[in-house]
Design a binder for this molecule. Structure first.
Ligand SMILES: Nc1ncnc2c1ncn2[C@@H]1O[C@H](COP(=O)(O)OP(=O)(O)OP(=O)(O)O)[C@@H](O)[C@H]1O
Length: 535
């Protein structure tokens, strides 16, 4: 009997090694105090690991289409001129060199506009489509500004002296994210842009050994990438002080501030420990921004914060071919089996609603000889890291996931996203399908729709029309005769309340995943904060 099915190749059996190197232990450029900007040596092995084209997404054939998106900037610097090339952005030459190593052909619209805004120290709330380069939009200017100051002797990085007992790390940049996987990914990106600079990035997240993360922090921590629970823990244990933070960044800010995380974020952002002088910059980025969350977010920003929007808030990219097919629950297994065989084997991400379904579907497909693995919040962190690595490395090119993987993950060559269970939250749908078609590459999203998804039908139909996608027969009745594709802007207090999509993701919707709490990274030793709902 064949070990594989269709054209799929059998799963690599070596996905579970004896020991695991935590992602937080990955090597960063080690700057020595004797180095200067001109004398710092390169590290060829690290450079290869960080910048080789296998390790990152190459921009795709549709990259130029980003330029067609409408851009709106409110309350930004007077006379703002978007950059045309990274060379115009006034970046420190070492950071610019790292951008060049990434082989970005040109800045994306969010980068064109965010770079000059952030170089001028504005607080910012920014929204742009999935996969359009928001991470570099906040990391590059932030790292460049600090590196320039350090090279000019205007700012110091503080390190623990050998044998020094009472020492707290004092990061200059704090980046908070809703999930462990996302924190690891942003750390990876920070490793790239800080290459050959004195800034040392560190990542901390729940589920992995605190001791290992503490050791990394104690080697020096200038950029701290963290999930909220582990951050609070490290601050409370006196390992980290936020007193020197110059730039605080909330990525996936809407998720961070939704019902599950608001208290923790409020506690961190409002804590007396966090530097609150006028010099601190606060940035929020996401592809979606429900209006009630925008209102909340304002509390953390300076009064004159800038709003930057590319395309419609909550919109998606037309680079994704969206198929919606009618599948009753009892037909789903047969349909997924056939769907996987209908497409050429390629990296495929399958979203399900519950951990139970994730396990059951993984067993079903694995027994049918498909090369699957799965990730959800009941898996321990070791299993989660191994599953994601096996998927990224192609050892297990079909990954079954709960919403823990819906946001932000940037994985090369994900050609197909399948919503085995559709979420009834349009923002969640946008984030999930956004795992494909990144950086101008094409991709397909197939969603199994049935009567359980009626609450999603109106917004989904409108999204399909907006992206010029085929509307299936069973959704035709949801096409409004007066449909308009208004560009939803950031909420303006004086403007009309709630329009299209305004309620998306508020948790009001009974089927919404927003009522759940994402995997905060609250370690198992946490006694405070949201119970991990098991994402
Ligand atoms: N200017 C650029 N040119 C080419 N590729 C780019 C550019 N900027 C970023 N990228 C690449 O595009 C991919 C997507 O970027 P990123 O992960 O920042 O997207 P995002 O907007 O944060 O998406 P999401 O909302 O899903 O988190 C990354 O692999 C990144 O390296």
């Amino acid at each position: 009997m064949s070990e594989s099915i269709g054209n799929w190749v059998k799963r690599d059996p070596n996905i579970v090694p004896e020991t695991i190197t935590w992602s937080s232990e990955k090597r960063v450029y080690e700057w020595k105090s004797s180095y200067t900007k001109d004398s710092a040596p390169s590290d060829p092995a690290l450079e290869k690991e960080l910048f080789s084209s296998e390790s990152r997404i190459n921009s795709g054939i549709h990259f130029k289409s980003y330029a067609e998106m409408s851009v709106s900037v409110k309350d930004g610097p007077p006379g703002l001129t978007p950059i045309v090339s990274f060379d115009d952005a006034g970046l420190d030459s070492v950071v610019l060199e790292n951008v060049k190593r990434m082989e970005f052909p040109e800045p994306t619209p969010i980068q064109r506009n965010a770079l000059p805004i952030l170089m001028q120290n504005y607080d910012l709330m920014a929204c742009a489509q999935t996969g359009s380069g928001k991470t570099a939009a906040f990391l590059v200017p932030t790292i460049s500004k600090l590196v320039s100051k350090i090279f000019k002797g205007q700012l110091a990085t503080i390190r623990r002296r050998p044998g020094q007992a009472a020492w707290k790390a004092t990061p200059l940049v704090l980046i908070i994210l809703p999930t462990r996987e996302l924190a690891i990914q942003i750390f990876e990106e920070a490793r790239r842009f800080t290459y050959m600079t004195p800034l040392r990035p560190v990542v901390i997240y729940g589920g992995a050994e605190s001791r290992v993360q503490k050791e990394q922090i104690q080697k020096g921590c200038d950029i701290l990438v963290a999930t909220p629970g582990r951050l609070k823990d490290m601050v409370e244990r006196g390992i980290v002080s936020l007193a020197r933070v110059r730039v605080a960044i909330l990525d996936e800010a809407d998720r961070m501030l939704d019902m599950g995380f608001e208290p923790q974020i409020r506690q961190i952002m409002m804590s007396s420990d966090l530097a609150r002088d006028e010099g601190r910059q606060t940035l929020m980025f996401s592809a979606t921004f429900p209006r009630d969350i925008q209102t909340l977010a304002r509390e953390f920003l300076k009064e004159d914060f800038c709003r930057l929007r590319v395309g419609r808030i909550g919109g998606t990219t037309s680079l994704i071919k969206q198929n919606i097919i009618h599948v009753e629950d009892y037909e789903k297994k047969e349909t997924i089996f056939n769907t996987l065989l209908d497409y050429p084997p390629s990296r495929t991400l399958i979203f399900v609603e519950t951990k139970r379904t994730a396990d059951a579907l993984d067993d079903f497909l694995y027994n049918k000889k498909f090369p699957t693995c799965s990730i959800h919040g009941d898996r321990d962190q070791r299993e989660r890291e191994l599953a994601l690595r096996a998927f990224k490395e192609g050892k297990s090119p079909i990954l079954i996931a709960t919403a823990v993987a819906s946001r932000g993950l940037d994985i090369k060559d994900v050609m197909h996203v399948i919503n085995y269970d559709l979420s009834n939250d349009i923002d969640e749908y946008v984030h999930r399908i956004g795992r494909t078609a990144r950086a101008g590459n094409p991709g397909t999203a197939t969603s199994f729709y049935n009567s359980n998804n009626i609450p999603l039908a109106p917004t989904l139909t409108k999204l399909l029309l907006e992206c010029k996608q085929e509307v299936p027969d069973f959704l035709q009745s949801y096409i409004s005769p007066n449909v308009t594709f208004e560009t939803d802007d950031f909420y303006d207090e004086e403007a009309e309340p709630a329009g299209y999509g305004a309620n998306a993701g508020t948790g009001d919707d009974p089927g919404s995943t927003w009522g759940n709490q994402a995997d905060s990274g609250w370690g198992s030793n946490q006694t405070q904060g949201p119970a991990n709902d098991g994402w």
